[in-house]
Design a protein around this ligand. Structure first.
Ligand code: TXA
Ligand code: MG
Length: 330
């Protein structure tokens, strides 16, 4: 059910949950200071309660309402990347809801850049916790239609059009001593962050671990962070990952012989002879923007298997690589 900005604010103030647009993905929002409202998010998403939520704030000046320290490195990062697809995890003040923190001593904060999200935060004066507006482990929504398809027509949705970043924010934790760590790759890259933070790159990231050979077994990636499940962001249709088109094409031929139907998603020009394919542009930003909507469409085709070509394992593709690795089934 589509709602206006005013209706969305009224619902949030009543302690209800509303799906809101952000530049990354649609979020399932609730007042971040209202435990009863926050619990509705977990119930609707069927999300484990120890998975903390990101608190969306309207302005950098609000950070100190939530955290005990705002280290210089974090201030620099916030000034560089907010409003935008970037989340900071910092030591939480004791009054911050344990529901929002998933019982962690830290809280995740982000100032989104989507104009409707910012208008909602500024006009309401609220801070809203918002995980992606999908059922736990399923594909994140990047349109209002995706939200309704996943959570039902009765869910109030503030329609802000298609999300133009397309995948979830980069998450960085900063300790009181200024040490930072990349918790989730996103379109703001680790290199972008290192430049601003001006310290050495963190050692091992979740995406490094996920980067195996062909056909990654996502179930073997150890979660490093609360809520960073290996099997995440998945379409319902089984999805297999390939490093090259020759192997992908061979798999398709083998499947065809066994009467298993499949479609391919390729990155960059060209096609594969044995398989119907959707081709995404050879640019990380464009692939990110179209990734979930393409997977939603492929899922809707109801084939037996999705065959997905992985992008190169290079820094500019890290976030797309991470999401695809997590979406892969065996
Ligand atoms: O782009 C985004 O970040 C989207 C939009 C809606 O803003 N939100 C989003 O939320 O992706 P969600 O719930 O799908 O991801 C939140 C993740 C958690 O799973 C966890 O990994 C991390 O953020 N997180 C949140 N609070 C944390 C904390 N206190 N410590 C460590 N990680 C935390
Ligand atoms: Mg999510």
């Amino acid at each position: 059910m589509r709602v206006s900005l005013e209706q969305a604010i009224a619902e949030l103030k009543k302690g209800e949950v509303v799906a809101i647009p952000t530049e990354t993905v649609y979020g399932l929002a609730a007042d971040a200071t209202n435990d009863a409202a926050l619990k509705k998010i977990f119930a609707i998403k069927q999300r484990p309660v120890d998975h903390p939520l990101i608190v969306h704030i309207g302005d950098i000046s609000q950070v100190t309402d939530w955290v005990t320290v705002f280290p210089e490195v974090a201030v620099r990062l916030a000034k560089a990347f907010w409003p935008g697809p970037f989340t900071l995890v910092l030591p939480a003040k004791s009054h911050v809801s344990r529901v929002v923190r998933g019982d962690e001593p830290t809280v995740a904060l982000r100032v989104p850049s989507h104009p409707l999200a910012l208008a909602l935060l500024k006009q309401s004066g609220l801070s809203v916790a918002a995980p992606s507006a999908n059922l736990f482990t399923q594909l994140s929504p990047t349109t209002a239609q995706h939200v309704e398809a996943g959570l039902g027509e009765a869910m109030p949705v503030l329609d802000g059009g298609a999300c133009n970043v397309g995948i979830e924010s980069t998450i960085v934790s900063v300790a009181a001593n200024g040490q930072w760590q990349l918790l989730r790759p996103g379109m703001i890259s680790e290199e972008d962050i290192a430049k601003i933070a001006n310290v050495k790159l963190a050692n091992v990231t979740a995406s490094d671990e996920a980067a195996g050979d062909v056909d990654i077994d996502a179930s073997q990636v150890t979660p490093k962070v609360p809520g960073q499940h290996a099997l995440h962001y998945s379409p319902r249709t089984p999805l297999r990952l390939f490093n090259d088109r020759v192997t992908l094409n061979q798999a398709c031929e083998t499947f065809a012989e066994a009467h298993v139907t499949c479609v391919a998603m390729l990155i960059g020009k060209g096609d594969v002879p044995s398989c119907t394919a959707i081709t995404l542009p050879d640019q990380p930003y464009k692939v990110a923007e179209q990734l979930y909507s393409t997977l939603h469409s492929l899922d809707a085709m109801k084939v037996d298997c999705l065959l997905v070509e992985l992008p190169p394992h290079t820094p500019e593709w890290a976030a797309v690589f991470d999401r695809l690795s997590r979406a892969g089934h065996q």
